[in-house]
Design a protein around this ligand. Sequence first.
Ligand SMILES: *Cc1c(COP(=O)(O)O)cnc(C)c1O
Length: 404
Amino acid sequence: MPEGPVYLDYHATTPCDPAVLEAMLPWFSMDFGNASSRQHAFGWKAAEAVKRAREQVASLVDASPDEIIFTSGATESVNLAVKGAAEMLGQKGRHIITVQTEHSAVLDTCTRLERSGFEVTRLGVDEQGAINSDELAASIRADTILVAVMMANNETGVMQDVSAISAITRAKGVWFFTDATQAVGKIPVSVQSPDVDLMAFSAHKIYGPKGTGALYIRRRDPRVRLMPLIDGGGHERGLRSGTLNVPGIVGFGEAARLAARRLPTDMPLIESLRDRFEASVGALEEVYINGRGGNRLPTVSNISFRYTEGQALLAAVTKKLAVSAGSACASESLEPSHVLTAMGLGRDLAFASLRFSLGRLTTPEDMDRAYRILSESLASVRKGSPSWDLYKKGLLGEAPEWSL
Ligand SMILES: *Cc1c(COP(=O)(O)O)cnc(C)c1O
């Protein structure tokens, strides 16, 4: 029975919904106009389509359309938010606060700013992946210009308490940027409650096309102003020059419309598949589900396997399961996940961790198969593992290097 691997990597990307693809197609060929051609019907038609998509995307996050800037994806949106705020407010202050478990788009952007004289505080997290709001409040200084905390983590699904963060940043008059790339489409997200000032998200994580994203920029109370990263024809109110990707934007709009409609029915189903999977896997020996004790997205299960060779486990499952070890961006390097180590996992345990992320097309059969493949692979990898052998013989105490 020639079957492909089970796709359980929806946090890395999602397939385009057929309705999204359908909506995009005419804008590649028949309706190819440039949305900024103001002099003729080709341009008007494209501009009309972009306007509609902007309304659809804005509506998904409770923003007004004039607060949405289209970009090439969440990475660009993050760069625009953080660097754009830094350049705009650099005279006022040069201190930024973020978190150790952010996506590399945020962390690497902050590191870049450090090289040009900004100071960055990277808050730690507890064992469940959450920051401490008192610590955040205490870290804000007179020269703090931005707090960047993600809404939901891509590796673990752990959600930060954005209401508490927003209350603190509001009280201190500091802009709050949140990377909501994983949250949007999976939980209801509104930029009004709690108030956020800047928010990044992406089409390809919500069954839209790759290469299209958005940045929400608050226009009232307060009016948030950024310096652009890209100069040119003044598109997107001067914040993102360059001819608009009309097919991508139309697809993003349709994906946003579908996401809002499907969320209430899709998410409970996905969550029940995830929970059933975790109940089975959790019954295996020496298995830890990361972030399970906190608030998590319904779509993901991040699991660590103690006394297990991480590389061997990944190699054993990789042909049959499309899952991720750590984050997709980190899996090329041989560093353990920065998210898991920030949560206090030792290097070995962080290495022996897999992320299973579920989506719209995941079936109960997929999850049964995933469990079977995982439990068989785990057993065979552990059979050849010296540390598992020692553990089974009772020769491993609570050695600190294995500690959670
Ligand atoms: C996927 C992801 C990104 C990057 O999004 P792109 O659109 O691929 O650039 C940023 N942040 C988080 C949390 C993500 O999951």
